[in-house]
Design a protein. Structure first.
Length: 257
């Protein structure tokens, strides 16, 4: 029990530091929850709960940047709520064995997004700048994409931030602070509605999740003080190595082991 507490707390710290500096903390916290024996669907729901506090505190920190887009906030929140609860509902309806087999593919998808996310966003920004004033059809398509992004976040939290940034780039946003603020707002909204459904269905491991949450908050606080000293490229490389190793482990464990 003591080992589990220490292990989950430090996994939360590491996840919180990584989320604050480079993103991708779920590559640490989600496997850690499964390592201590939490079933896959329960681990995914618990990971969403443990990550939410960081999203909310980040959203508050970027409140000024977010307020510059008041006109679109209600639409973003409504779509995020619909997508988030849809994804969470799909997770709960997915058989445990099917979700377990899907884990390595979901991790592979999130890993590829993490590795190539910067290049994807650069290309999308160019597209967005060339088509800043999209037609009504383009606007509807963007809403559908946001709905899909939110549904993914409700179903599986890992990689949500990277996918959301790609959506915002496609939507024509170019200010990185505004993009980070809106990303955190979408992530918070998706997570909160998903957590409400998870609580209703009693699929959150509160003890383990609370430990990871405390660790995540501590890690985020630590990162705020040491981020200037840590080379972001090195942290990013660590996340890539960890995510590739985690993905390969799950492929081996589920399909070979």
């Amino acid at each position: 029990m003591l080992f589990e507490l220490i292990f989950l707390f430090f996994a939360g710290i590491l996840g919180g530091v990584i989320n604050s500096i480079a993103g991708g903390g779920s590559f640490i916290t989600f496997p850690a929850l499964m390592f201590v024996g939490i079933p896959p669907i329960l681990a995914s729901a618990t990971n969403t709960f443990a990550s939410c506090a960081g999203y909310m505190s980040g959203t508050y920190a970027f409140r000024k940047e977010i307020s510059t887009h008041k006109d679109e906030l209600s639409q973003i929140i409504i779509i995020s709520l619909i997508g988030g609860i849809t994804g969470a509902w799909l997770l709960l309806k997915t058989p445990e064995a099917v979700f377990r087999e899907a884990i390595p593919w979901l991790l592979l998808f999130a890993t590829l997004l993490f590795v190539f996310g910067g290049q994807i966003n650069t290309r999308l920004k160019k597209m967005a700048s060339n088509h800043r004033y999209a037609s009504s059809v383009g606007g509807i398509l963007l809403l559908i994409i946001l709905l899909g992004v939110s549904a993914y976040g409700g179903f599986f939290n890992a990689g949500l931030g990277i996918i959301t940034l790609s959506y915002l780039a496609l939507a024509g946003h170019t200010n990185i602070n505004t993009m980070n603020g809106l990303k955190l707002l979408i992530s918070s909204t998706v997570s909160l509605i998903a957590i409400a459904l998870f609580i209703y269905n009693d699929v959150i491991a509160w003890y383990e999740g609370s430990i990871v949450l405390c660790g995540t908050l501590a890690g985020g606080y630590v990162a705020a003080n040491v981020s200037r000293q840590l080379p972001q490229k090195q942290v990013r490389r660590f996340v890539i190595v960890a995510s590739v190793a985690t993905t390969l482990y799950f492929f081996f464990d589920i399909y070979v082991g």
